[in-house]
Design a protein around this ligand. Structure first.
Ligand SMILES: [Zn+2]
Length: 280
């Protein structure tokens, strides 16, 4: 295990470092969460919120995004957060599909004409996937799902905007999915580009610049990490967790659904090399 990055705080008081070859292993859904103690105004993003957590009434931010604390306070999450029963069941289905995919035993389910005709009459998807546009992270493939199984929202580095937020609210409020997976991924090009723009003076068109600004907190929080790969990975984790927080901060609909146990939201990370999805 090479110790090239700064220590990451671990819930329970310990600290550890991790490298690209020594990443947290996933725990079973619903097995509890190593969640940072966090105040609304300061502290690192956590990997999720308890279903019974306090309601959020914070309005959408109108200025530049707040800068988070240094990444050395970002805990390593080894387990998925506590989830309502339906969300935990959905996560099990997703992780089972991911296990099939990465082991080379994907079933490519629900692609038959019979399935097509069935879902033509109505859908009851298992989960919503909010991930990056990256061609290497297609949700139905990496989760081994098929027609009618997933609702999908993808933007560069899963940057949250009004359309994405409304789409995810639609998933929960209108369609009734019990689980939202926010999935960042290894070596995210958009996150890498954001570092180049914000620190290297790289010029990009205005619309891309707006994406970059959303990624600024993750870029700033990971500034102390010299190793490029480790830094991008830490920034992806940071941004993925922050996205979960943003979903709840900006959406009374999602917050209410979470408080009622109707939906669970998890922050996840996809490993390009192994194909594995683990807690972010
Ligand atoms: Zn990406």
């Amino acid at each position: 295990m090479s110790l090239t990055g700064p220590p990451f705080a671990v819930a329970g008081g310990g600290t550890m470092t991790y490298s690209a070859d020594d990443r947290p292993a996933p725990g079973p859904p619903g097995a509890g969460s190593a969640r940072a103690q966090r105040s609304p105004s300061a502290g690192p993003p956590s990997a999720g919120r308890p279903a019974t957590g306090p309601p959020s009434t914070a309005p959408p931010p109108t200025g530049p995004p707040a800068t988070g604390p240094p990444v050395d306070r970002l805990e390593v999450v080894r387990e998925w957060p506590d989830l309502p029963p339906r969300a935990a069941d959905a996560l099990r289905v997703m992780l089972a599909g991911n296990a099939r995919f990465r082991s080379g035993h994907a079933r490519h389910p629900h692609g038959s004409p019979t399935r097509r005709r069935k879902v033509a009459a109505g859908q009851q998807p298992v989960a919503a996937f909010f991930g990056c546009i990256d061609s290497r992270v297609p949700d139905e493939v990496v989760l081994d799902q098929g027609l009618g199984d997933l609702l999908t929202v993808r933007t560069a580095a899963h940057v949250l905007d009004t359309a994405a937020l409304g789409s995810l609210e639609f998933c929960v409020h209108q369609v009734g999915v019990p689980l939202i997976m926010v999935v960042g991924h290894e070596r995210c090009g958009a996150v890498t580009a954001a570092i180049g723009v914000l620190e290297g003076g790289v010029q990009v068109p205005n619309a891309i610049r707006r994406l970059v600004e959303v990624l600024r907190p993750a870029v700033e929080a990971t500034r102390a990490i010299d190793d490029v790969d480790l830094r991008v990975d830490a920034a992806v984790r940071w941004h993925t967790r922050l996205t979960v927080e943003q979903l709840l901060d900006r959406s009374p609909v999602l917050t209410h659904a979470m408080e009622e146990g109707e939906v669970g939201i998890v922050a996840a990370r996809y490993d390009l090399g192994t194909g594995e999805i683990t807690p972010a």
